[in-house]
Design a protein. Structure first.
Length: 153
C-alpha cells in the first residue's frame, strides 16, 4: 500500500496536464501553490516506498519471478524519487519563491541549493514540471504493478 500513494499522487498530476497546459502564466502560477502542503506531505511516502521495497527485495527468494518483479519495482520507485529531486524540486522551489510557508516547508524548499544562471522562461519550467510528472506516473504505475505481480507469482 505504501507504493500506492506515490502512484496516486503522480497519476493525479499527470491527469491535470491537458488542462494546465492551457493556462496563462498568472493562472498557472496561482494553481501551483495549491499543492502545498498536501502533496508535499503525501510525497513523504515516496522515499519510504523505496526503503520498504528494498527491504522486500531481501525477503524475496533470489532468482524467482517474485524477486525480479520486486527488483523492477525498486528501480522504478527509485527513479521516481530521482526525477523528483533532479527535475521537479528545482522547479517547485521557483514556483514557491515568496509563498507563505511554515518553517518545515521553508526548510524543505531550501533543500538542493540555490538556482544559478538567468531566470528561465516560465513555459520551460511548466513543461519540465508537467512532463516529469507524467514520467513519474508511468514509473510509479510500473512499480506498483510489479509489486502486485510479485505477490501472485
Amino acid at each position: 500500500m505504501i507504493a500506492a500513494l506515490p502512484m496516486a499522487l503522480s497519476v493525479a498530476h499527470a491527469l491535470e496536464l491537458p488542462g494546465k497546459m492551457r493556462l496563462d502564466e498568472r493562472t498557472y502560477r496561482a494553481v501551483q501553490h495549491i499543492y502545498y502542503p498536501g502533496f508535499t506531505i503525501g510525497g513523504a511516502a515516496e522515499p519510504l516506498s523505496v526503503v520498504v521495497t528494498g527491504l522486500l527485495l531481501f525477503l524475496a527468494p533470489a532468482g524467482t519471478t517474485a524477486f525480479w518483479a520486486v527488483l523492477l519495482a525498486f528501480f522504478a520507485l527509485l527513479a521516481t524519487v530521482a526525477i523528483y529531486w533532479l527535475a521537479i524540486h528545482p522547479v517547485n522551489k521557483y514556483w514557491m519563491e515568496g509563498a507563505p510557508v511554515g518553517a518545515p516547508g521553508a526548510a524543505f524548499f531550501r533543500a538542493g541549493g540555490k538556482r544559478d544562471g538567468p531566470q528561465p522562461d516560465w513555459t520551460e519550467l511548466r513543461d519540465r514540471w508537467e512532463y516529469a510528472h507524467v514520467a513519474r506516473a508511468v514509473l510509479t504505475s510500473i512499480g506498483l504493478l510489479a509489486l502486485v505481480i510479485s505477490l501472485v507469482v
